[in-house]
Design a protein around this ligand. Structure first.
Ligand code: PLP
Length: 343
């Protein structure tokens, strides 16, 4: 088979980490009960508890969209609303699934850097108790954000306190939580459990896994109906052991940290080189594994032919470059040289 070149389109475009594949193979013998009633799923849940605390109630699913939509569905009624950023995955990249399945209205907020603040959220807190208005129920943050920036734990805590004081629930989309943790040099629990997050969509797929996502409830009261909603939502896997094996492999060792550190490091390396090239303007702080930049529109096609990536905002000629656990220094150098040669 042809070896396919790596690009900078998405951390989802990377393959599965060899250690994770080995872990999947290692659980591939004999029969175990399906649907999660097996020793591997139990072990994976124990490992999650080591990271996030004993009180959590975790459930495995296959996709990040599934985690977001089913998690949000569990904690909302259709007359309620979910506050998020305009750039949130739930707002722009889930084909309306959050609205379809929860029935809720999304209240998207324009931000400069992909991060919500209390002042921004407050603008949507009106009409409370007024039957003609949807009732805000959830604040949804993404960590690391869709723009590659990262909330500090104190920022998350402030928003969580504000949410709880206002009778709201704090949801976090943690598709890239591992990248945020290494960026902040902290543990996974420091940005979640310790800050008052109520429900987390936790993804490992972008960090060396495949089909390896979880919904984690920090308040068992909130998860009472999740097992039914997961089944109705078609995300209850019968061969759960293969999802569990990935959690054991990545989170039972430092693999999650090493993979995310490497991806972040490659983004920093690339950003450092790009800032020296006139004609490239980096538009966001590079705090995780994404780089956003303005480049001349006429060079994009040629670059994409050699290293695929997505245009983020066509009107501004802004592009997104994502690094992943398997990006090499050579990939970065070749790509930067290519850009330099076109400008
Ligand atoms: C912020 C964020 N949330 C969730 C997801 C999960 O999406 P999927 O349903 O493709 O696994 C993604 C994937 O790109 C993402 O970037």
């Amino acid at each position: 088979m042809n070896k396919i070149k790596r690009g900078f389109a998405s951390d989802n475009n990377a393959g599965v980490h060899p250690e994770v594949l080995k872990a999947i193979e290692a659980v591939n013998s004999g029969h175990v009960i399906g649907y999660g009633d097996d020793i591997y799923t139990a072990k994976a849940k124990e490992i999650l508890k080591k990271h996030f605390g004993e009180k959590i109630d975790p459930y495995f699913v296959f996709t990040g969209t599934g985690a977001n939509v089913l998690g949000l569905n569990t904690i909302t009624e259709s007359f309620q609303a979910i506050i998020c950023t305009e750039t949130a995955h739930i707002n722009v990249d889930e084909c309306g699934a959050p609205e379809k399945f929860t029935g809720c209205k999304l209240l998207p907020i324009k931000t400069r850097d992909g991060k919500l603040t209390i002042d921004l959220i407050k603008k949507h807190l009106h009409g409370i108790g007024f039957e003609h208005h949807v009732q805000p129920r959830v604040i949804s943050l993404t960590q690391a954000t869709e723009l590659g920036t990262v909330y500090r734990p104190e920022e998350i805590k402030q928003i969580a306190d504000f949410a709880h004081d206002s009778g709201l629930i704090l949801h976090m989309d943690g598709a890239r939580l591992c990248n945020a943790a290494v960026s902040l040099n902290c543990e996974l629990r420091d940005m979640t459990t310790a800050c008052g997050v109520d429900i987390l969509s936790f993804g490992l797929t972008k960090n060396g896994g495949m089909l390896s996502e979880a919904v984690i409830f920090f308040d068992p009261e909130l998860s009472l109906n999740f097992k039914y909603i997961r089944k109705q939502g078609m995300q209850l896997g019968s061969k759960m052991r293969f999802v569990a094996a990935q959690f054991i492999s990545l989170l039972g060792s430092d693999l999650w940290r090493n993979n995310a550190s490497h991806a972040n490091e490659m983004a920093k390396l690339m950003a450092g080189k790009l800032t020296k090239i006139p004609g490239v303007t980096i538009t966001q702080k590079v705090e995780s594994n994404g780089i956003f930049a303005l480049i001349p529109a006429e060079i994009i096609d040629d670059l994409q032919k050699k290293f695929f990536f997505y245009i983020w905002d066509e009107n501004r000629s802004e592009v997104r470059w994502m690094t992943s656990y398997d990006t090499t220094r050579n990939d970065v150098e070749e790509f930067v040289e290519l850009i330099r040669s076109k400008l």
